[in-house]
Design a protein around this ligand. Structure first.
Ligand code: NAP
Length: 357
């Protein structure tokens, strides 16, 4: 049982990020002092959204310059904190050097933040934003899961530097976190393992892969069709609540799959078409697997035939009951996440309706 003093500052690493935004909002709304660890505290453009949240809430925010790759850089930000949320980690599929751009920052960053927790006597709990990517690499991994359903007991053993390197980076980082946590007894580790995150960002111009993914539904990239690619989806607003509950629920323990819906990428088009009609070039049909296998790698250099074979046409299924039972998590409908996110993109002029129709 870990009880956090609500008056102690709370550290959020990667506070400028998409996922962190709604957590920072929740903390500020609940009146906490947020120590926001960011790469560039002078970047007023990026920080304006967090400043506005602080302005409108009973809580307060202080910024600290940090970098995942710099040992010791989290010391000042963590001083006096009982609760640390470690969300910072690069989330990008389009990388040239996966070791330098994904694996090193994810793993070394986790080590730096957790070793700082070891040196900071006030810390009682660390909540690491891991991912369902640390549970599975490809949908075909369901073969190894109990009754074909991903649970908190399952670990990703199929990803590597060459195949699904982002998932590999999250697996190595979470394993590192459990190793470091297991070598001491002062603080406990809780991990939040979200599936694909959708929903409007606190910063509407976010650069997370979530934005890239949904934008493709409206910019014409997918107009000729969409593969049946099984995924889990969770709303970014519900994920903010989930982080908060993982931090402040004394009995929280272990990993939490944080995923609302077992669904399919091709199913995201229907609610968009229903809400926005044919104003945007939404994918009209579901592409058969053989066609994706044939043209996918030509249309998208990030898509390999191995990825297609092991994911397309294989439904995704995970059990989210532990988080509901132990943390009281609840989730909004998929349509709300998709439509609100797309509406935000329209509002900030992410695409012109006439183009690519
Ligand atoms: P994001 O918006 O790109 O946020 C990533 C954050 O990490 C940013 O704040 C970024 O800081 C920070 N960061 C990256 N490299 C850094 C470095 N070298 N030093 C310090 N900070 C660094 O992506 P996100 O989607 O919110 O992802 C946040 C977390 O959620 C990640 O751990 C990701 O793996 C996890 N997650 C995301 C999803 C999803 O679908 N989005 C799903 C499961 C798990 P800057 O602002 O300075 O770039």
């Amino acid at each position: 049982m870990t009880t956090i003093d609500p008056k102690a500052p709370v550290l959020v690493t990667g506070a400028t990020g998409y996922v962190a935004g709604w957590l920072v909002k929740k903390l500020l709304d609940e009146g906490h002092l947020v120590h926001a660890a960011v790469r560039d505290p002078d970047n007023k453009d990026k920080l304006q959204y967090l400043d506005a949240l602080a302005e409108a809430s009973p809580g307060d925010i202080r910024y600290f310059r940090t970098d995942l790759l710099e040992p010791g850089s989290y010391a000042e930000a963590m001083a006096g904190c009982e609760l640390v949320f470690h969300t910072a980690s690069p989330f990008s599929m389009n990388v040239k050097d996966p070791v330098k751009e994904l694996i090193e920052p994810a793993k070394m960053g986790t080590r730096n933040v957790l070793e700082e927790a070891n040196r900071t006597p006030s810390v009682k709990r660390v909540v690491v934003t891991s991912s369902c990517a640390a549970i599975y690499g490809d949908n075909a991994d369901r073969e190894r899961a109990p009754d074909g359903v991903f649970t908190e007991e399952v670990w990703n053993e199929s990803s590597s530097v060459e195949h699904q390197p982002y998932s590999h980076s999250k697996t190595l980082a979470e394993r590192e976190a459990w190793t470091i946590a297991g070598e001491q007894e002062r603080w406990d580790l809780v991990t939040i393992n979200p599936s694909l995150v959708l929903g409007p960002g606190i910063n509407p111009h976010g650069t997370s892969e979530s934005f890239t993914m949904l934008k493709q539904f409206g910019d014409g990239t997918l107009k000729s069709g969409m593969p049946r690619w099984g995924v889990g989806v969770v709303d970014v607003r519900d994920l903010g609540e989930a982080h908060y509950l993982a931090g402040f629920t004394p009995s929280a323990k272990g990993r939490y799959i944080t995923s609302a819906h077992n669904t399919d990428l091709s199913d995201l088009a229907a609610p968009l078409r229903e809400a926005f009609g044919d104003s945007y070039p939404f994918p009209k049909r579901k592409m058969p697997k053989w066609l994706v296998w044939l043209v996918g790698p030509l249309a998208n250099k990030l898509m390999t035939r191995k990825m297609i074979s092991r994911n397309v046409g294989i439904p995704w299924q995970a059990d989210n009951s532990k988080g509901k039972r132990e943390l009281g998590l609840s989730y909004r409908p998929l349509e709300e996440s998709v439509v609100d996110f797309f509406q935000q993109m329209i509002d900030v002029g992410a695409f012109s309706p006439a183009k690519g129709r």
